[in-house]
Design a protein around this ligand. Sequence first.
Ligand code: ADP
Ligand code: MG
Length: 695
Amino acid sequence: MDLALQDITYCKGVGSKRADILRKELGVNTALDLLHHYPFRYIDRSRFTRIREIDNEEAWVQIKGQVIDYQTVGIGKTARLTATFSDGDDTVELVWFRGIQYIKLEKNKPYLLFGKPSVFNHQYNFPHPELTPLDKVNPQTTQGLMPLYNTTERMKTARLDSKTIYQIILSLKEQLLQGVPETIGMDIVKQYHLMGLTEALLNIHFPKNTQSIQKARERLKFEELFYIQLQLLRQMHRREQNKGFLMTRVGRLFNNFYHNDMPFPLTNAQKRVVKEVQSDLKSGRQMNRLLQGDVGSGKTLVALLCALLAADNGYQTCIMAPTEILANQHWQTLTQLLKTTPVQVALLTGSTTKKQRESLHLQLQNGTINILIGTHALIEDSVVFANLGLCIIDEQHRFGVAQRAKLWAKNVYPPHILVMTATPIPRTLAMTLYGDLKVSVIDEMPPGRKPVLTYHYSLQRRNTVYQFINQQIQKGRQVYVVFPLIKENESLDLKDLQNGFNELCETFPDYQLSMVHGQMKAQDKDLQMQRFISGQTQILVATTVIEVGVNVPNASVMIIMNAERFGLSQLHQLRGRVGRGAEQSYCLLLTKVELSKDTRKRMDIMVATNDGFRIAEADLQLRGPGDLEGTQQSGLPFQLKIASLATDGQLLERARQAAADILNNDPTLNDEYNRIYKQRLDILKQTVANWSEIS
Ligand code: ADP
Ligand code: MG
């Protein structure tokens, strides 16, 4: 029978109750689905360990020996079964907390123990080991590499442990040997030296050796990445068919500004990006472009120039920022830059009053306003444009399907889209998260920047740090002091912030201090920010609300308290607030003394480099893509089963290339020859949760 059609319920050892759990927990409906539940690791079952050799909590081991004693402790729900296991020389404790009524132990009978040790009371023990009478041990399972499968709590209560999963999969081996249909064209399998699907599935579950596991994993990873890329690139091709507003003119607004009002010449990178956007705008197709550039690389000016191009062609632009503070700042920057021009800029945020809103709506509808800056309120609000042509999104995560639909509906065609990331993201992540967008990169900083010098101190040495602050303020500089704010415990963090603020006030009685945090009213926050921006206050005490975009060139010192509580890209963002003026800038990271290995690495990287791309890459390596900031909120739209964006970069490049080659010849996948791909994409869309949200 076709494994793809075989209901998991009727597989050996499953039945309706377990099938239900497999469906809910793993999304497994058919026998073939289960074969795509891959082991997460293997143990060498031809090796037997002695108890005294155990030196690691993580490694699975098997030991030959006997139970010399056992007893049940406690009653009812809290009852547990403990046993003493001996290999002849040494003993170790075994313990079971669940299902103890099913466990029948016999003293002085040879057993094979299989399990993962843990430490309790400074001693190793084995919670829930597998004990098999030695004469019942299936010789097959003590040979070679044994796969281990992920299981969930619910699966465990239905006794669907790794071993049971393996047994079910083993019962499908005969059928698998008959072969399953290939899911990638043979030409690609050959070109990229991939293992066939059948062979890969056989080797992933019943490996011959570690090399064959490698090849099998490579094939399955390739397939996973390939279909994501195929979907993204197909989406890109489709979008490129979207009609877009034709903006062919470079007119008076752009030229006058460019030649007369620009405060400084563009860097070469900025010029290149403006040209790239310009060529999109005059293509007649809708632009979908991602602009990557490190903090301080000058994305705002690029955004402004693009908006002027749109205005020259009679179109309005909206610029969307993630926070009110940032929207405000953009508004101020642009208003200032454009003050001698006829270009009209307006601001719309949650704090805009009803009255202001009314007049704003009117001016938007009659086309007086050329550029509208704001938060998400821009699209959520019932804002009507006369002729919206360009939307610039200044944030890291992209917005969802519903929001996009709203934006699309604001004019007869969807507006051109330019997404600007607040901080660089690694290439693998960009190719996956934004794989359907064209990418522009600003890889050059404006001239004359001195790299920020970064140092790491323990909080115990804060007096040294305070002396340094004092010195810098004496020289006329301003200082940020940032405290962590973790959502789960806002009140505690606010207390930290308040205490920190008080301490700083006491330490620096001669200076003026501002404080801002997320719980403040927008008005108060603005007032405090304004005091700092205008130089009335020398020290700004803040939570991460200042993270994105804030621009005070005279502020040259960034102090980050409890830096261990920040992620790498957040630290980099914060550091990006300084180093914006002509003076040498500093970033001081203060942490507690005892640090975990990963935290120490984070601090070391911050001290070692200012390169946002390197930092993003390190962040990905340290934390994995799921935890990366920016992806946390939006989340990767899908879960990778076997491939990793942290380690499979090269494979991802190849998979993307393979997908691109196919689409270049046949963008719609309508060739008979490519039917396999079209069908597979359809299946994935139906079966994989969230797959349809890719793009
Ligand atoms: P980001 O890319 O982080 O948004 P900004 O657009 O805020 O960076 O620019 C950072 C600073 O660099 C601003 O003060 C801006 O005025 C300045 N700047 C931008 N482009 C140039 C340039 N070509 N030459 C000199 N300074 C520039
Ligand atoms: Mg910016």
